[in-house]
Design a protein around this ligand. Structure first.
Ligand code: THU
Length: 138
């Protein structure tokens, strides 16, 4: 897996985030099991609640194209006017969406400041004891 490329694509997606209310821009790049990459940015709304995070934009783009198997996601975020970023961890709602489609033991979440400076976590590390589709099997 080319983590640097994934981070670069997340950084590019961050640049087109629609964030007139928070000014906080997030970009994500989601790698599928078959090697495709879906990017996403956060999209806000004047009525606030309908806003969508970058991570979920990427997942929903992929799932709406019929893809449901994923290896990794790179995430970058920070204030719009800032080029030097701090780590941006996914919100709880996005972690839950990851839990729906990803194996918590193997899915990698790459939190990056830039293509050379990043941390990698499994979904299980960021969502311990997560509730997912397996819990509804009987
Ligand atoms: N946001 C994301 O897109 N992803 C995250 O992981 C954290 C938060 C967005 C939501 C909102 O548009 C802005 O960042 C500030 O919360």
């Amino acid at each position: 897996m080319d983590r640097e490329l994934l981070i670069q694509l997340a950084m590019k997606a961050r640049k087109i985030a629609y964030t007139p209310y928070s000014g906080f821009q997030v970009g994500a790049a989601l790698l599928t099991d078959d090697g495709q990459i879906f990017t996403g940015c956060n999209i806000e709304s004047a009525s606030y609640t309908p806003s969508n995070c970058a991570e979920r934009t990427a997942f929903f783009k992929a799932v709406s194209e019929g893809i449901r198997e994923f290896q990794a996601i790179a995430i970058v975020g920070g204030p719009a006017d800032r080029e030097e970023l701090e780590i941006c961890a996914p919100c709880g709602v996005c972690r839950q969406v990851m839990m729906e489609f990803c194996d918590p033991e193997t899915f990698q979440i790459i939190l990056a400041k830039n293509p050379k400076d990043y941390q990698v976590y499994t979904l299980k590390e960021l969502l311990p004891l997560g509730f997912g589709p397996k819990d509804l099997e009987r």
